[in-house]
Design a protein around this ligand. Sequence first.
Ligand code: C5P
Length: 294
Amino acid sequence: MSSMLVEGGAGVLAEDAPAKINLHLHVTGRRPDGYHLLDSLVVFAGAADRVTAAPGEGLTLALEGPEAGGLAAEPDNLVLRAARLLAEAAGRDLPGVALRLEKRLPVASGIGGGSADAAAALRLLDRFWGLGLGEARLRELALRLGADVPVCLASRPALMQGIGEVLAPAPALPGFGLVLANPRVAVATPGVFRARQGGFSSPAALPEGWTDAAGLAAGLLALRNDLEPPAITLCPPVAEVLAALRALPGALMARMSGSGATCFALFPDAEAAAQAAGMLPADWWRWGGAAHHG
Ligand code: C5P
């Protein structure tokens, strides 16, 4: 992850929190506690929030960035919950820390913004406080913060199963570009899972890898996001976003990520994606660039 560490002034540390994209998402079952079992190939985009830590008094969090407004109504930010959980796990008195969250990813939008922030906070404070808890322990804490937090901890392409805690390396991926688009409608994840109809899907049978973006797109077209139909029912603009993405010149395929409403389109390269993103309606949140290969 060293490429993602950004050092600030004296004693200031920072971590990027990249957007998580579910290239496919099959709902394969349901646990007795109501959580759903998933099968999903997850990649990360260059679009990211950023969390920084500086010496401070107690534990504080400042929210900034273009999407910070979406967090104002939240009683307890996941970054603060991550910090408290880590402090509790350390089991000793720790120096005060002033956290800053620069929010660039839309809130509640299926690209794991909150989960990525929580994961970045765990990585950041493990370093800031010099805890050296190690990946396994951090992963355990991550799962307590949310099903998507463990995969965001490494921010590397992964095949995700269980409710998000069973992680394996992704098949070999080619270089490709991504466009992300969100119609600026927040979608609540539990409602989308509840609105899902029909039986369960089988896990995807993935090859060992793909050599180019077109091959990856063809492979993905045989798969789906099982949460897309219920999300469209609850939030019809998702269908508009998908149609707009599919109409972009050079788009290889498009699908919704997570429980929506953000959708992605795959492109042969980052340049084509960046150019295409600019053609989407300006009142949507949109981003185009490279997939982050970790
Ligand atoms: O774990 P997280 O807070 O991200 O999940 C939000 C909600 O989404 C859960 O309370 C649950 O209703 C639903 N969910 C699920 N199965 C998953 C992940 C989330 O049913 N694997």
